[in-house]
Ligand binder design. Sequence first.
Ligand code: NDP
Ligand code: KPL
Length: 338
Amino acid sequence: MTSPSLKTICVYGAGALGGAIAAKLALGLREQATVSVIARGGHLEAIRADGLRVWEAEADSPLIAQVTATDSAAALPPQDLVITGLKGHQLDAAAPGIAKLLHAGTRVVMVLNGIPWWYFHRDAQSGHAERQMEELDPNGNLWRLIGPERVIGCVAYQGAEVINPSEIKLSNNGHFVLGEPSGETTGDIEAIAALLKDGGINVSISPRIRDEIWSKLMGNAAFNPISALTRALMSDIMGNPALAAMVGQVMNEVKTVAEALGARLAISIEERLERSRQIGPVRTSMLQDLLAGKALEITPLVGMVVSLGKLASVPTPISATIMALVTELDRQNLRAAG
Ligand SMILES: NC(=O)C1=CN([C@@H]2O[C@H](COP(=O)(O)OP(=O)(O)OC[C@H]3O[C@@H](n4cnc5c(N)ncnc54)[C@H](OP(=O)(O)O)[C@@H]3O)[C@@H](O)[C@H]2O)C=CC1
Ligand SMILES: CC(C)(CO)C(=O)C(=O)O
């Protein structure tokens, strides 16, 4: 097993999580690697002017990191490692840009909530290996231009929000779980995990990344759309018995679909609800987007529970109802935002 050389890192989509990861790596790795970011708009201008400013949970001053920042992937050389901090619905448009950053050995760590476009690549559990999902990769760009064989999955247990252009607030001391789609512990994943740890990021490697994806999704499929529909914080949802019961029903649907596709989720609904209760007064990433007038990350978090439920012959009536409501909310919100 040979270890790849990881000297150049680009974070594509330096928003809440991507920006925080880029800042920590830039500060933690210093001479060990060069960290660049792809960003856009006022956020990009502010990163160039002021650096990335990251407030860790309970810190009384921000980390400040100067990084090379651009909105054009063509301005950067091919990178040894690309980390995406994009939302699932932003990946298709970004695929040609991501492709410009790749050389033969580049791996792409995709930090994502929900079902990722590469889910069935080298999946030995579901009976659907190599199935491509049109909902997540409508033009096949991700599969063709990036390729699932480059991907390392990443599940983020880290709450984060862009509170001002180039300024990010973290809500907890999070951690990130990495996994090869094949489940193997390759030299690549070991080297990438070691690099991220050197950069001050709390990571672990899972041989069953799909279990992590579903376990996290049990929360996001419920809290993210319910929070957008109600504008409630996670703690407010858990404090409302009718909404908490609905969260439990969605969790049960997600768990049933996951297990029908071969995932192993040891956690009970009660334990998963309790874990969510511990997160406290957090504004979900979908509520953040709603309030900012941005498109919502609906398909990977909600739509895929319904679609994969159909594939696995598992009824998902609550998720389908939430899907209809949040889709219309998104339409109205974007119309109002102009
Ligand atoms: N935030 C959180 O607490 C958590 C988020 N996650 C998940 O992590 C993933 C990333 O989420 P999050 O960090 O919140 O996302 P953000 O929306 O904060 O960041 C995405 C960033 O990418 C930028 N972007 C999008 N498209 C492009 C493009 N083509 N070129 C350049 N920049 C682009 C966005 O710019 P613009 O704003 O202009 O669109 C934004 O700055 C999601 O799947 C999310 O569900 C997981 C756990 C917690
Ligand atoms: C709710 C939270 C922070 C849970 O980690 C999340 O994943 C999100 O906001 O999308």
